[in-house]
Structure formats: C-alpha cells, structure tokens
Design a protein around this ligand. Structure first.
Ligand code: 6CS
Ligand code: FE
Length: 308
C-alpha cells in the first residue's frame, strides 16, 4: 500500500515578508499564466505581468460609470460608511489648499455591492473572462474599489506589490490573482498614471517591519508598512525599467498581483479615477494572514469564494 501524504500547500509560507532584517528576494515559483491564453491582447501577459485592454468600456459606459462613482463619493448614506476611505488630515504642509482636500474621498471599497451597475459589469465575460484565462480557473472578487485622484492635489500610491499585502494581511497563499483597473478618465503621462515595472512580477520582494494591529485604514491612505526599501526599488527598476499606463477613458490594465507598481501625485487640473477589480482564483482561497495579527475586514478582503 502506498501512503498518500497530502500537504496543504496553501498553508506554507513560500513568500515570507514583514520580517525584522533585510531578506533576499524570492524568485517566484508559481506560474503567471495558469491557463491557456487565447486572446491576442493577453499574449504578453506572462512575460510583462500586465496587458492593456483598449476600449473595454464604450464612451456611453464611461459616462454612465463616471456618474455612478460620483454618486458613491457624495451619497450622504455612505458618508460614515467604513468602506469610504478619505484623504488623511493635512499635517505635512501649511498650504491652505492642501487642507481643503483632506477629508476628500480617496477610495470606496466593495463597489460591486454598493452599485448594481458595477455588479452587472463584473459578471460580464469581457470583464471577468481575461482573468479566468490568465488564472486558468473560475475566479471570485477578492476586492473591488474606486480610486479617486482629483486634479491639483491628487495623492499617488507609493511603490508596492499588491500580493505582498494580500499575502501578509489577508492570507492569500499564492500570487494567483489579477487586478483589472478600468480608466474612467483619460490617463496622460502627467496626471498620476500608474507606473509598472514590466517583468517584476517574477520576483517577490520581502518587506521589513511588522504589521501593527488595526493599521489597515491608515495604510489605505498612505502605505508605510509593506513597501520595499529604496534599494530594492532601485534594483528592480534597473533590471526591468518603468513603463506607464496611458490611454483613453474606457481602456483598462490587467496586471499580475505581484507586479511592482505605483503612481505619482497629480498636480495637473486633469483628474484620474478608475474602477479597480481584483479577481482571485477559487483555487487560491484565503487562509489566516501570513504576517499580520488580524484579518482585514471582508469589504477589503472578501472570503466569499462564489465564482463570478
Ligand atoms: O491594501 C490593499 O489591498 C491594496 N492597497 C494598497 C494601498 N496597497 C496594497 C494593495 O494594493
Ligand atoms: Fe496596488
């Protein structure tokens, strides 16, 4: 008789992070593309870790969803809702205009539950299909949000890997998730567009410093825990270069959960907002956080694995 040892690999921490001292980068053993790519636009996803989907939404849909997200940001019923993340109070400068922007809505989470139109959108095969193709399985929504970056004083997101946070704080076992960022405004090089390092998704960069309890709302305002060191960023940028996602409103970027990315502040008058959908493989269900004292709430990291 052969004894079958089944090891639950989802509980193994193959991507240790939030540690005391500096650690070596981890070369990714998990694939990037788990399925069979048939869609032409996705042909470079495996090597680059991202793909651009032009005109995913029509101009009429862009107008519809822009109105919808404006409604969410101003809905009095949501003013005190935990799912609304506001810009942090201005303490960094004495400039009056800065103060005017603190308290402004930065992100709204769980938008597929707050908006029937978004719920309908995420079920469509043009939206979820590319994620299924890359991940080679059914997918569910790990996180959905709208990011609002206004003109003049829009705050960017510092360099990070999403998977680093999802692994550490949400217990996501493997980088088998993708994000679809759908632009609702034109993305120019100058208005805080997303920057990515092509190919950086193959390297996991452990971050230093332990995760404080209940810090997640601050982290969504400005991430300080779970960001790589400046020398890590420099090494990756030297190796991979940096490209920027620009394009018309309605275009979208599909990107690997572990790609190194970030955005600058937006001081132009041109706002930048997007709907952000995170699809995780149903075969990559969450376990307990790998490097945090508590789970984050389900409006940030869902534990309902129903396929879309
Ligand atoms: O917390 C999250 O899930 C996402 N947000 C931020 C600001 N960083 C990590 C991840 O992308
Ligand atoms: Fe991110």
């Amino acid at each position: 008789m052969v004894l079958q040892h089944t090891v639950d690999t989802s509980l193994l921490d193959r991507y240790p992070t939030r540690t005391g001292g500096p650690r070596q980068h981890v070369e990714r053993v998990d694939p990037t593309v788990w399925g069979q790519i048939g869609t032409e636009a996705l042909s470079t996803f495996g090597t680059d870790g991202y793909a651009v989907l032009d005109d995913l939404l029509s101009p009429a849909e862009v107008a519809e969803f822009s109105a919808e997200i404006a409604r969410l940001a101003t809905d009095p019923a949501l003013a005190d809702d935990d799912r609304v993340i506001r810009e942090r109070a201005a303490v960094r400068s004495g400039v009056g205009a800065h103060t005017l922007h603190s308290g402004r809505v930065r992100s709204v989470f769980e938008v597929h539950k707050l908006s029937a139109a978004v719920a309908d959108l995420v079920r469509q095969s043009r939206i979820a299909g590319p994620a299924r193709e890359v991940l080679g399985s059914e997918v569910y929504l790990h996180q959905t949000r709208v990011n609002y970056m206004p003109g003049f004083r829009g705050n960017g997101f510092y360099w990070h890997s999403d998977f680093e946070t999802w692994h550490a704080e949400d217990g996501m076992p493997a980088p088998r998730a993708v994000s679809l960022s759908i632009a609702l405004t034109d993305n120019y090089p100058v208005n805080g567009s997303l920057m990515v390092m092509p190919g950086s998704h193959r390297t996991f960069v452990p971050c230093q410093g332990s995760t404080p309890a209940e810090h997640y709302r601050e982290s969504l305002q400005e991430q300080e825990i779970g960001v790589p060191s400046t020398s890590d960023i420099a090494v990756l940028a030297e190796r991979h270069g940096i490209t920027q996602f620009t394009g018309r409103a309605g275009s979208a970027l599909l990107f690997d959960s572990n790609i190194m990315h970030g955005s600058s502040n937006n001081i132009t008058p041109f706002p930048r907002s997007n709907i952000f959908l995170v699809f995780n493989s149903v075969e990559n269900a969450l376990v307990e956080p790998f490097a945090a004292p508590n789970r984050r709430p389900e409006y940030i990291a869902a534990r309902d694995y129903t396929p879309v």
